[in-house]
Design a protein around this ligand. Structure first.
Ligand SMILES: [Zn+2]
Length: 361
């Protein structure tokens, strides 16, 4: 018995389901079955093990248990096989919002490991850049449109450094998608369509903006600076501590850092909404701390109130104030201890002071 066949026998005993995918079609069926069942381990057994996608795939799978897509269908079409690799179009259809079918088609990669096909995530076209890695989803026309974004990675990283003093690593991976539905479906199926995304260990994802070249540039710089801030904050927080920083504070810092790339009327509109929430409809910050448990109807509160509190801290505790609060959250995991680091007796006192400041702005 060769080493490989010994290994295969071992795998067969451990998880026979993982060996059923002898064709891409069987892989699609197995992915669909695991997704509908919300079976994380079965789903992860179907994924290719390498690269950024390994982290993204694991996070996608984790969502299947949180909100199993009971009716999702996985369909491969236009399959092009070359040896042990293949590319195909994957069409996903599922009910995210009751009564409405979501449907997206993504170009994807498959790899054959031994006799078994595994799913390796979306197919991308690399674009040359000075810093980091820029990848465009392999759909007609997108790699050409995304070409001019390459020099903006460096500029966005410099902005994060100058506003918050935080370093964006030079090896950041940025993936560009043509639209929000496809971006969100690549993150996980329960996510509403979003224009940008970053989670620790994953690539940054953003939607290719439309409009004139000037509009494309400023919107890309805004999205990149926002997502780079999440990345830099997560790294500065330290291994495993990113989630101790409340979600509203993550978003507040990210929007604050991107101020230079938001139009004056756009920025004023954000400020007005924060001020309005401070007067009426404020949601307790504790209820906006954990992203997966914040209902979609309260996302606007998290973004606007978060930016409002960050502006309050920058205005009353100096430029360093907002990051000091985040850093103290990362170090202590405790809201009162974090508030004391920026000279408030408790988190309740900080929240009350921020709300009064915004209500009077
Ligand atoms: Zn964000």
């Amino acid at each position: 018995m060769t080493l490989r066949s010994a290994l295969l026998v071992g795998l067969t005993l451990l998880c026979p389901a993982a060996l059923a995918q002898r064709t891409p079609q069987e892989l699609a069926t197995a992915l669909q079955k695991a997704a509908r069942a919300g079976n994380v381990s079965a789903y992860r057994n179907l994924l290719a093990p390498d690269g950024t996608f390994a982290v993204e795939g694991a996070n996608f799978a984790a969502d299947l248990t949180r909100k199993p897509p009971r009716d999702v269908t996985y369909t491969f079409s236009d399959l092009r096989q070359q040896g042990s690799r293949a590319e195909a179009d994957l069409t996903l259809a599922w009910t995210r919002v009751p009564g409405r079918t979501s449907r997206v088609t993504l170009p994807v990669q498959l790899v054959r490991v031994g006799e078994v096909w595994r799913y390796a995530g979306e197919a991308f076209e690399p674009i040359k850049t000075g810093t980091g890695t820029l990848l465009a989803l392999k759909v007609p026309g997108l790699p050409e449109r995304a070409g001019p974004l390459a020099p903006l990675l460096t500029r966005a990283a410099q902005e994060v450094k100058s506003v918050l003093g935080l370093t964006v690593p030079g090896d950041a991976v940025v993936k560009v998608y043509p639209d929000a539905p496809r971006l969100s479906a690549s993150v996980y199926l329960s996510l509403p369509p979003v224009a940008g995304w970053n989670e620790p260990g994953e690539a940054i994802k953003l939607v290719m903006p439309g409009g004139s070249p000037g509009e494309v540039e400023s919107e890309t710089l805004r999205l990149l600076t926002h997502e780079f801030t999440h990345l830099a904050v997560g790294l500065a927080a330290g291994e495993g501590r990113d989630k101790r920083i409340p979600w509203w504070l993550h978003e507040g810092l990210a929007n604050f850092a991107a101020h230079a790339f938001v139009s004056a009327p756009g920025w004023q509109a954000w400020q007005s909404r924060a001020n309005a929430y401070a007067r009426s409809g404020w949601i307790s910050l504790a209820e906006l701390a954990d992203f997966p448990s914040v209902p979609e109807g309260r996302w606007d509160n998290a973004y606007r109130q978060g930016l409002g509190v960050v502006e309050f801290l920058a205005g009353t505790r100096g430029e360093e104030g907002p990051w000091h609060l985040a850093q103290a959250f990362a170090e202590t995991g405790n809201a009162d201890a974090a508030a004391r680091a920026v000279d408030f007796p408790s988190f309740a006192a900080l929240e009350t002071a921020a709300r009064s400041w915004l209500a009077a702005r």
